[in-house]
Design a protein around this ligand. Sequence first.
Ligand code: SF4
Ligand code: SF4
Length: 310
Amino acid sequence: MKELLENRCFFKLVCGAGNESVEEVRRLVKLYSDAGCKVFDLSAKPEIVEAASAAKYKCVSVGIKGDPHILKAKINSKCINCGKCAKICFNDAITLNPAKITEERCLGCGKCAKICPVNAIDLVSKDIDLKQVLPKLLPYGVDCIELHATTEDEEETDSKWDIINSIYDGILSICIDRLNLGNKQVIARIKRLIKSRKPYSTIIQADGIPMSGSDDSYKTTLQTVAMAEIIQNENLPVYLVLSGGTNTKTLKLAKLCGINYHGIAAGSYARKIVKDYISAPDFWDNDKLYSKAFNTAKLYLEETMENLNI
Ligand code: SF4
Ligand code: SF4
């Protein structure tokens, strides 16, 4: 995996830190692996890492309390069953009559909570005991552990980071954005976390707006590139990967802005373009359908790779 970063051709398909749907992950990994993707970002659950056995490199994601990547939506008793949440959920995690959330499909984006007219959706952190969970994942072959560190809680960030460092000595990744932190805080946090790490053993995943890349526009990806620029300006001994609002425009814009990136993590947009194929009941048996899915994934990957290796 280090080679991909050093050669600046790192492309990671994000299955979703909160995506605990075994079958969906198995399909995404198979499809994007066939299309040429080597690195996959996975939820920190043994059955998910196992389902990703077709992946060449596996990165598992964990988060600090409050980080959107580990939030789960919960419907409370105020629900009036209006259906707005189900309509907006891009991951088909909500069914109606009565409104219900399928937890393993919820990625914690919060769109449903924002649109609910009666505040009937709470977002709750699904915290895990890293000391218990991480050792169970390592036997499946883990090539990177990523900490989503976007809330203001420095103590929680440091404590989770220390645990990860004590359990795993490979490449680590810090996924960070500016939803709760200012520029100075972001840089101070990164500098503190990488202080005890060897040079170029850490990826900084510059997250624009988490889980926002489903629209393929420059505006959607603007914050990703802006965040990358802030990190790049510090000249830190880290690998810089763009994420959170990535789409076909991201690397084009990053190039225009002179960003010296090592790679890209593709989530919402990359999943959206193959969603209909992935959710088809005959995904494994219908060659025609699979070939269409493959071509869609490959086209996106090739378009992106063209702008890697700068
Ligand atoms: S948007 Fe709110 S009120 Fe409407 S179905 Fe969803 S949870 Fe219930
Ligand atoms: S809209 Fe987002 S937070 Fe709400 S259920 Fe769907 S994935 Fe979860």
